[in-house]
Design a protein around this ligand. Structure first.
Ligand SMILES: Nc1ncnc2c1ncn2[C@@H]1O[C@H](COP(=O)(O)OP(=O)(O)OP(=O)(O)O)[C@@H](O)[C@H]1O
Ligand SMILES: [Mg+2]
Length: 263
């Protein structure tokens, strides 16, 4: 279906937990890419608790790209999260490797978009915007870029200038991508409507503020009772539906009717 990128403007609003939560509750095979230039794979250390030690990561793809072997190396660099439809492309071990990834982002964006043919969706954790080595080409190649934020004044203040920058950037690439807000913990204190009004960007979905359930995704904590029916998991499933319909609507807008053809 699509390439979906999650990023934050400030704070640690829950990009990694939300990206992983979406991937694990997605109803189709999905590739989760850890493209946060901060490095240190939050998912290997957090959700997977250091029990999985993949041999390859994004840095190996950068090397493969230099040899013209990116598409061949991509499946080999991923690891399947046990008992799920999620493949993980782990991020770098250290922030010092981030600059080596810069030449990779553009060709990786094309390779990830090509996965659509295989029926696999892609969710990217792009980390915090503006860092050295930030995967900006992935943002601009995405079907939907979700600026992930909380709902307080600090979050609004941090997001404002980034919304303007991203919207201008998306216009620059011809509007093939679009920007939405993914709110983590709505009504604390601002509603989605208020955030929309201030930022002038649509709130695509809201995830529930649910610490016990979020700890499962962020730290690999044991699942609380009735985890599958928890507020966070229910909101992740609703977010999936909202994301799918937003991408479908964006694509329909991009289809230019041929003159003379029935509309
Ligand atoms: N929906 C949620 N409800 C409650 N707590 C949450 C939620 N999402 C994330 N958290 C908590 O917020 C903290 C930060 O989450 P996470 O690491 O996903 O943020 P991040 O934006 O990826 O941060 P960083 O910028 O450091 O990568 C974690 O302790 C996590 O459990
Ligand atoms: Mg993170």
């Amino acid at each position: 279906m699509a390439l979906i990128v999650l990023a934050s403007a400030s704070g640690s609003p829950g990009v990694t937990a939300s990206a992983l939560g979406l991937a694990l509750t997605w109803d189709a095979p999905v590739l989760l890419v850890e493209a946060d230039p901060t490095g240190g794979s939050s998912i290997l250390a957090g959700y997977l608790r250091g029990r999985t030690t993949p041999t390859d990561s994004l840095i190996d793809l950068a090397l493969a790209h230099r040899q013209g072997l990116l598409s061949e190396a991509l499946p080999e660099a991923t690891v399947t999260i046990e008992d799920t439809q999620v493949s993980l492309l782990p991020g770098t071990r250290s922030h010092t490797q981030a600059r080596s990834l810069v030449p990779l982002w553009q060709p990786l964006a094309a390779a990830l978009k090509g996965l659509e043919r295989t029926g696999q969706d892609v969710i990217v954790d792009a980390g915090r915007l503006g860092l050295a080595g930030s995967p900006e080409p992935l943002l601009y190649a995405a079907d939907l870029c979700l600026l992930t934020m909380r709902s307080d004044l600090v979050a609004l203040s941090g997001a404002r200038s980034w919304v303007e920058t991203l919207q201008a950037g998306f216009e620059g690439v011809g509007g093939s991508s679009s920007l939405g807000i993914l709110m983590v913990g709505e009504n604390d204190p601002y509603t989605a409507g208020e955030v929309h009004k201030v930022l002038r960007a649509p709130v695509t979905a809201s995830l529930a503020w649910d610490e016990p359930a979020a700890r499962v995704f962020a730290k690999g904590g044991s699942a609380p009772r009735r985890f599958d029916g928890s507020a966070l998991v229910r909101s992740l499933k609703a977010a999936h539906a909202a994301i799918t319909s937003t991408v479908t609507a964006n694509r329909a807008d991009l289809v230019v009717p041929v003159v003379g053809s029935p509309v």
